[in-house]
Design a protein around this ligand. Structure first.
Ligand code: G
Ligand code: MN
Length: 467
């Protein structure tokens, strides 16, 4: 007979009156001819909560919540697989924006929060199931006996429970979650495999916003793997400072003089330069956009006294959900010394406090341009009520306006309307002489596009300006 320890640590129990107790336990499988045919439980002693810390050295238990850790979870799950071969679900629950909560409220608060969450989850899970915690902010649950079809019931219960605010030190907080799920035996044959699949599902859920869950599907794996690769690629590019500032001017149609210049970021990948424009959704959802904007602001400040042309800077609508952006913009405004333009897309108008945000930017003496106008959530009430300075007519209208009368009518109407409202217009993506001439006839205030200049490295732009 051969025995190997499966679990060593504390199991929490609850008395009828609600007082917790702990049992120090060791669980040994009894293995014969390579097969487990039973377990030996060694319950040693009960402890008060206060004394538990001395014993839980972190080897098997999570020090904050007292739950078993990931290692124990894996062993328990693998043992269940070996012993029962029965279906179950592996679930990872992640707290949305935990690092922000930790920045705002501090470590003590977060430890208390994790304990409360652990308690809530413990009360929710069926008795025969197993809960543990990773070293990060995720909880692991093995729903023994559950199939994919039965997952919905349990998930609903979790989301319902977490609609209630959690109270810590007089503060009320509603936290949101993401859940990733994989199932045995379809998605993997070991705890480790199932964990990887659940992580993939969790990533998928995270990309769909707060309070979402995802059950593993082979088809989503490719998408998620790509986005994980992409995130690593971008994080690495940031680390290695492979982001470069490019500048694309916009011009006065009357004399083709430069009126301003838009800053665009490019990532260098094996000698190729990639725009970040098509990754915005991804960058926003992965939280990388903040890091990139910080980098951008620092770089612009470095060049501030060398550039004579007024600058336009693209800012993601998501950035305005945190108030930090306003101090960053104020700082940049001070360094540049003139009212630069902040380009935002119509997505910002989906924020419930869009008006507040726009006013705050204007209060910093910064101009506002609506980028890619006409493709998102354009509404006449926005341009009537919001103090917008510039409208950038989207490239898709400019590209089609010579062939499609409707596109031309839209371009003309945007220009006329803007003029009546005292808003300037920039036509994006002007690629040829004909488009340029039409826009000049329509009295578009500024034009931008490959016809006049492609984006150029900022160093070259500065050099040209100096000549
Ligand atoms: O979303 P925003 O409008 O900021 O995106 C600008 C992007 O448009 C840049 O990546 C830039 O390279 C690209 N761009 C600029 N001018 C032209 C143009 O004339 N034609 C095309 N196809 N793209 C352009
Ligand atoms: Mn832009």
């Amino acid at each position: 007979m051969n025995t190997g320890k499966v679990f060593k640590g504390f199991i929490q129990g609850r008395q009828k009156l609600g007082k917790s107790f702990y049992i120090y336990s060791e669980i040994y499988p009894i293995i014969e001819n390579g097969k487990i045919f039973g377990f030996v439980f060694l319950g040693k002693k009960t402890f008060e909560r206060e004394t538990i810390k001395e014993f839980s050295v972190g080897e098997d238990l999570d020090l904050i919540t007292g739950l078993p850790n990931q290692k124990v979870f894996f062993t328990t799950v693998n043992t269940y697989i070996e012993r029962h071969h029965k279906p179950f679900l592996l679930m990872i629950i992640d707290i949305y924006g935990f690092s922000e909560i930790s920045t705002i409220y501090g470590t003590d608060f977060c430890e208390a929060l994790l304990k409360k969450i652990a308690d809530k989850l413990k009360n929710l899970i069926p008795r025969e199931c197993f809960i543990a915690k990773t070293f990060a902010d995720e909880f692991l649950i093995a729903l023994f006996g559950f199939s994919k079809e039965e997952a919905g019931f349990f998930i609903t219960k979790i989301f319902e429970e977490f609609c209630q605010p959690i109270v810590i030190k007089d503060k009320e907080l509603i936290i949101t979650l993401n859940i990733g799920i994989s199932s045995y035996p379809q998605d993997g044959e070991s705890a480790q495999n199932l964990f990887t699949k659940a992580i993939i599902s969790l990533e998928w859920a995270k990309q769909n916003g707060e309070n979402t869950y995802s059950i593993y599907h082979k088809e989503t794996e490719e998408v998620i793997k790509n986005s994980i690769l992409q995130r690593e690629k971008i994080a690495q590019a940031l680390e290695e400072k492979r982001f470069f500032l490019f500048v694309q001017p916009y011009y006065l149609p009357s004399n083709r003089e430069i009126a301003g210049a838009e800053i665009l970021l490019r990532i260098k990948q094996n000698e190729n330069l990639e725009s970040i424009g098509n990754m915005i959704d991804f960058l926003e959802n992965s939280g990388l956009i903040q890091k990139i904007e910080d980098y951008l602001f620092e770089k612009i400040k470095k060049y501030a006294d060398k550039i004579k042309t007024p600058l336009s800077i693209n800012i993601s609508a998501k950035s305005f959900t945190s108030s930090e952006i306003f101090s960053k913009l104020a700082d940049l405004r001070k360094t540049l010394g003139y009212p630069f333009v902040c380009e935002i897309t119509e997505r910002l108008f989906l924020e419930k406090d869009a008006l507040e945000i726009i006013k705050k930017i204007k209060d910093l003496d910064i101009k506002i341009a609506i980028d890619d106008f006409g493709t998102g959530y354009s509404s006449l009430s926005y341009i009537e009520n919001l103090p917008v300075d510039i409208i950038k007519i989207d490239i898709s209208f400019v590209r089609r306006m010579l062939d499609e009368p409707k596109a031309l009518a839209i371009v003309q109407t945007i220009i006329d309307l803007a003029k009546k409202l005292g808003i300037k217009t920039v036509a994006e993506g002007v690629e040829n002489e004909e488009q340029f001439r039409i826009l000049r006839l329509l009295m578009c205030d500024f034009v931008q596009g490959y016809y006049l200049s492609e984006p150029v490295p900022i160093e070259d732009f500065i050099k040209d300006e100096g000549e």
